[in-house]
Ligand binder design. Structure first.
Ligand code: 5GP
Length: 110
């Protein structure tokens, strides 16, 4: 069971931003921007490459709503999803990083 499944199950607390029957958004525990939110499906899908187009479309719509709720939709934001080892993915449960709240620099290779 990944840490995100435990968050969905309520076994680990999170600072929730938004939730519906299929998706959950919460603040990242180690923020890389003034606003750093993770949007995840409640069902366990390993990453972007395994997810159906339908699920990805719904997750993107959810992320747009999350950005509005967080108050960063007008100022702008960045969405990132990491895939696998070289992508820097630590948690093998599909998630969108929603980053904003200030001008972001472009990420460099590690
Ligand atoms: P990844 O590297 O897999 O794309 O991103 C995983 C993200 O999950 C990281 O930014 C990390 O800070 C965040 N994270 C890991 N464990 C927890 C946790 O228990 N709670 C929250 N809110 N975020 C977490």
């Amino acid at each position: 069971m990944t840490i995100f499944e435990k968050i969905v199950a309520g076994e680990i607390p999170c600072k929730k931003v938004a939730e519906d029957e299929k998706f959950l958004a919460f603040y990242d525990i180690n923020p890389k921007a003034p606003v750093h939110i993770l949007a995840i499906p409640k069902i366990c899908v390993k990453d972007f490459s395994c997810a159906s187009s339908e699920l990805l479309g719904e997750l993107c719509e959810f992320a747009k709503e999350v950005a509005k709720i967080a108050g960063i939709d007008k100022s702008g934001y960045r969405i990132i999803t990491n895939i696998g080892a070289d992508g820097g993915q630590e948690v093998p449960h599909l998630h969108l990083h929603i980053l904003g709240g200030g001008k972001l620099s472009f990420p460099k290779l590690a």
